[in-house]
Design a protein around this ligand. Structure first.
Ligand code: ADP
Ligand code: MG
Length: 754
């Protein structure tokens, strides 16, 4: 057997298995070895059914004591019901649409089930759990006296007492067609061969030694067939380190590369900046001043800025973007590149020619600002108009639905529609120095004359490639400012933004009233609705956030209790607020439809917007003053914070009501933190500590594997991976002395821009 042998060569696979493996991108022996267990179970003797908390994901080893296939009373859905027993108690199991399970696992079967623990009237249950048969005796299997287990919470993959020498049974993430059991037996078979010992370790030996990490072959064995918890932990630590180290290597290589490219040396005069700042009725916050200093320092010199500006909604990021853009667009391109003498460029020649002909010359440096959606791009455009009012500087907007330019020739206080061709021409000749837009900005047809500064909003996957694409016509790389209000913990920021320097906007501008946040009980619902009625009657607007989009399907019992956007919209417009205009917004709608609903909400044509958490992304409707979040216990704290940020912008007092059905004290305590925390980043740290990486906003979108996410709990490990990667790349940028690392990085592939 070889590591790169295709699975079909060493195993007999059914068509369904082939399909499922393909979907999981598992084709070779080595791929399967990297399909890591999601958790481990073993027998502790005391049973765990009673010790797990409702809401936990748990794996429980036990014996099926009763089983029955039947049809649901009303819907006639076929189902299996069973009871699982361990030493601590019993667990009710229910599978919908799977009547055959009763035949596959008759009474007396020893199994491990994995799913979410629920509790009603003191009875514990799991709906549609994964189920795998376990052998009695042998590998962690149950004995008559000794049946139990399951990880107590998301932060703990193990159910054993630390260092106990009890064999662990790995439980694998499943997908339709390949069960955890299949993975277990397949991997045991692979491990029985000597093939893991042929794996070459890409991580340099001195690094392994320094952090006491097991070598690759050992780690693979310990991951899949640990003798004890200590071994399994060591293996997971190694792969978590490896994942972060690889990400950091790529980021550091990118950074090294952009640092080596010539850029624009921009040194704005203090005078002109003061002049710009003096236009405003407020002074920058201390955090904003620090941000301006950081950015102006980066602008000067030979290396392009690569910086992240992280700050809650309303902390004044757009203002920083506008002030620094002003410094750029009032700068003429220097004749020399600071890294050395540059050849005269065509643009310089044209400029000279232009002067000869006596035409107006628009040769200043340019700025591109890119936002993820049309609404956000439009709002940035409007903010810039506000901030640039009275200045002789053109600002334009490009989206897929058209182009606009400010100021209009007719009305200097307003914008005008222009054709795409016109816009492209004016961007190319420099007449438009500031271009704001969506992805339309990075289309091939958009060519700048002297693009010196790129600002991107909420797009962590905007990489070096996109930056180069934007600058394609110039040989110089533009400075980059990436802005985000997405609350993520420091470890995640260090990882996914590993190539960027960080500036925090952690001071809010004065005078904004904090949101009044209240946890509301079902009995208070009426009063809350009356509050909405008064607000809307006085001309304000409201958001109602629901955890689901549409009516739940009967497979998902969890969802049965959660309010859905569609049902709630119907109910509210019919029974509660017949006098108001109510619309829904959610992620399954076409983006054109979403944009138009949002536009109607922005214009005030809609009074109440019933939505899923899609409104998280920073759309600004200052007239919205009240927000209700249904099923608040289903969201992470940082996500709740981001959602309530929608009503932060108003000069009126804003209110946020959190409805929860949960009576659990820990849930209520968690929600209480929200009322007190200073900012979203603090809340993200809470989420990480309380709920694990899975509780973070958009945890699926960061491109970090589950095992890599485990590293995020450990700031020391993340810093170590970053420092080692930095050191390695500064010594050997191409990693030419580390061919194994090189090929491991290539195999990881590019992170694609969405
Ligand atoms: P962000 O982009 O971080 O959400 P903005 O830059 O849009 O925040 O600022 C939010 C609001 O606060 C805007 O109306 C802006 O004009 C105002 N603002 C920005 N900085 C200050 C400040 N230092 N003092 C008072 N108001 C400010
Ligand atoms: Mg903003």
């Amino acid at each position: 057997m070889q590591l790169n042998d295709p699975l079909i060569k060493i195993l007999r696979l059914t068509e369904a298995q082939k399909k499922a493996l393909k979907k999981l991108h598992l084709t070779s022996v080595s791929d399967v070895l990297y399909h890591f267990p999601a958790r481990y179970v073993s027998s502790t003797g005391d049973g765990v059914i009673q010790t797990t908390a409702p809401g936990d994901m748990a794996s429980v080893v036990g014996v099926i004591s009763k089983t029955k296939a039947r049809k649901a009373w009303k819907s006639r859905i076929p189902m299996t019901e069973a009871t699982l027993k361990d030493a601590s108690g019993s667990l009710h199991l229910l599978w919908l649409h799977q009547p055959y399970i009763s035949k596959m696992f008759p009474e007396g079967s020893a199994v491990v089930v994995t799913g979410k623990i629920k509790e009603k009237d003191g009875k514990r249950s799991m709906i549609n759990p994964e189920i795998t048969r376990v052998k009695t005796g042998g590998f962690g299997g149950p004995t008559s006296r000794n049946l139990e287990v399951g990880p107590p919470n998301r932060n703990n993959l193990f159910n054993t007492t630390p260092n106990s020498d009890i064999p662990l049974l790995p439980v694998y993430p499943e997908s339709r067609g390949v069960t955890s059991r299949w993975f277990f037996y397949t991997i045991q078979k692979i491990l029985a061969d000597d093939v893991v010992n042929t794996a070459h370790d890409p991580i340099p030996k001195d690094i392994l030694k320094k952090y006491n990490l097991p070598a690759l072959g050992t780690a693979l064995v310990w991951m899949h067939a640990p003798k004890n918890e200590t071994d399994a932990r060591a293996a997971r630590k190694r792969f978590a380190f490896q994942e972060i180290f690889f990400i950091q290597l790529k980021k550091q290589q990118e950074r090294h590369f952009t640092d080596s490219l010539p850029t624009w040396d921009i040194r704005p005069s203090q005078e002109s900046i003061n002049e710009f700042l003096a236009k405003f009725p407020f002074t920058p916050t201390s955090a904003q001043s620090k941000a301006l200093t950081d950015i102006f320092n980066d602008f000067a010199g030979t290396r392009a800025m690569s910086r992240l500006l992280e700050g809650d909604v309303g902390s004044g990021k757009t203002f920083v973007a506008a002030a620094t853009s002003f410094a750029v667009v009032t700068t003429r391109p220097p004749k020399m590149v600071s890294t050395g003498p540059a050849l005269p460029k065509k643009s310089d020649l044209q400029k000279q020619a232009g002067r000869v002909e006596g035409k107006q010359d628009f040769g200043n440096l340019q700025v591109a600002l890119m936002a993820p959606t049309e609404i956000l791009a439009t709002q940035h455009f409007e903010s810039f108009i506000e901030l640039y009012r009275g200045l002789p500087i053109n600002v334009a907007l490009i989206t897929s639905s058209g182009c606009k330019k400010f100021p209009s020739k007719v009305n200097p206080n307003s914008w005008t529609d222009i054709s795409r061709a016109q816009l492209l021409k004016w961007v190319a000749n420099g007449e438009i120095p500031i271009l704001i837009g969506t992805h339309a900005l990075i289309q091939k047809t958009v060519e700048f004359k002297h693009l010196a500064y790129v600002i991107i909003d909420e797009q962590h996957r905007f990489g070096t490639k996109q930056r180069m694409t934007l600058a394609r016509k110039d040989e110089k790389i533009p400075h980059l400012l990436s802005m985000t209000a997405t609350p993520i913990p420091r470890t995640l920021a260090l990882t996914i933004y590993g190539d960027l320097d960080l500036t925090l906007l952690d001071v809010m501008p004065p005078g904004r009233k904090p949101i009044v946040t209240k946890i509301a009980t079902p009995r208070e619902r009426k009063a809350v609705y009356e509050h909405i009625r008064t607000e809307v009657q006085s001309g304000r607007q409201a958001y109602i956030i629901c955890p689901r989009i549409d009516a739940p399907d009967e497979n998902d019992e969890m969802a049965l209790q959660a309010k859905s956007v569609e049902e709630e919209t119907k109910h509210l417009s019919r029974d509660v607020f017949p006098e108001f205009r109510i619309a829904s917004l959610h992620g399954k709608m076409l983006s054109s439809k979403k944009e138009s609903v949002m536009a109607d909400f922005v214009s005030g044509a809609i009074n109440i917007l019933v939505a899923t958490s899609v409104v998280e992304v920073g759309v600004n409707v200052p007239n919205a003053t009240i927000i209700i979040i249904e099923g608040a216990e289903r969201f992470g704290l940082s996500q709740l914070h981001q959602i309530r940020g929608r009503v932060l912008r108003s000069t009126h007092q804003a209110h946020c009501y959190l409805f929860t059905e949960s009576k659990s004290q820990s849930t209520l305590d968690r929600l209480k933190v929200l009322a007190e925390a200073a900012n979203g980043f603090e809340l993200a740290e809470h989420d990480l500590a309380l709920r694990g990486a899975g509780g973070l906003v958009g945890h699926k979108q960061w491109g970090v594997s589950d095992v890599g996410m485990e590293a995020l709990q450990n700031i020391k490990m993340v810093e170590a991976a970053r420092n080692e990667a930095k050191a390695l790349v500064s010594r050997d940028p191409e990693l030419s002395g580390f061919p194994l690392l090189q090929s491991a990085l290539t195999e990881r592939g590019e992170v694609h821009f969405e």
